[in-house]
Design a protein around this ligand. Structure first.
Ligand code: SF4
Length: 264
């Protein structure tokens, strides 16, 4: 993986999420290479070959933060802040140190257990939060759809460590691939390590889009019997698969009083 340096890009940008006004992406590109990723559609570079880091991210972000009041900043909207190159380049850790120093806090979304490295900073912030997303129950399937992510078990273990350190955790079961992801089993794994779980189906709207073509190739090569049924479900929001799953999850939520947010 080539990691190149870029300059002159705004680092702080508006965030469309509820109750969070600003976000920071600590990398340009994401080597996790999830083949369903909507961000891959608009990528400026080939993420399988090149990731970019902003030169002097701390100095520039420091100036940008001086224009707003201390608040929670979202990290992980377009790219994963704990993708493998973070272990060496530590852009995310530098940003977190700066946020802490200036009285800001962070809300992080990642698919990596590397986030536990930064528990020391996160636990010193005011109400920092970490969300971890999981989608696949077995590791071989996970590797097909998300080539360079961490195993689901490692992500769940990271949530346990974060929760144990007193950091607010949430989990996303996302994206559910019909007939492949077992959402109920994933939720069972997550309940002990987080009190807030969000569930989303794989969202692909365009049969000519690159993310569908990539997913379709995986299905044809590895799940030939399921490829056509999965395509039918994905392109039909009213498909009985979704209704049935929604009903099962609603029953689970009610029976166990879970903070389960179902977006199917
Ligand atoms: S971790 Fe997120 S941003 Fe990175 S490739 Fe996967 S879905 Fe896209």
């Amino acid at each position: 993986m080539e990691v190149s340096v870029c300059t002159n890009r705004a680092i702080l940008s508006p965030c469309g999420l509820k109750n969070i006004d600003y976000q920071v992406d600590t990398y340009i590109g994401c080597e996790h290479l999830c083949y369903y990723c909507y961000a891959l559609e608009d990528a400026e570079t080939d993420w399988s070959k090149e990731i970019q880091i902003q030169q002097n991210i701390v100095d520039q972000l420091s100036e940008e933060l001086d224009t707003i009041s201390p608040q929670k900043i979202y990290i992980g909207y377009q790219t994963d802040p704990y993708q493998p190159c973070e272990a060496e380049h530590r852009q995310t850790r530098k940003v977190l140190q700066l946020l802490l120093q200036k009285g800001f806090s962070a809300s992080i979304l990642t698919k990596s257990d590397l986030v536990v490295r930064d528990i020391d900073i996160l636990s010193a912030m005011n109400a920092a939060a970490v969300s971890v997303s999981v989608a696949f129950n077995d590791d071989a399937t996970r590797r097909l759809f998300e080539e360079h992510t961490m195993a689901t078990e490692k992500r769940v273990e990271a949530l346990h460590q974060l929760k144990g350190a007193g950091i607010r955790t949430a989990a996303l079961v996302c994206p559910i691939v019909p007939y492949i992801s077992d959402a109920i089993e994933l939720i069972d794994m997550l309940v002990p390590c987080t009190s807030e779980i969000w569930v989303y189906g794989l969202s692909i709207n365009d049969r000519s889009g690159e993310n569908w073509l990539r997913v379709q190739k995986i299905l044809n090569n590895h799940f030939p019997d399921l490829a056509a049924p999965i395509e039918q479900v994905l392109f039909s929001k009213d498909h009985p698969y979704w209704t049935e799953l929604r009903n099962k999850l609603t029953a689970l939520k009610n029976d166990h009083q879970l903070n389960l947010n179902i977006h199917l």
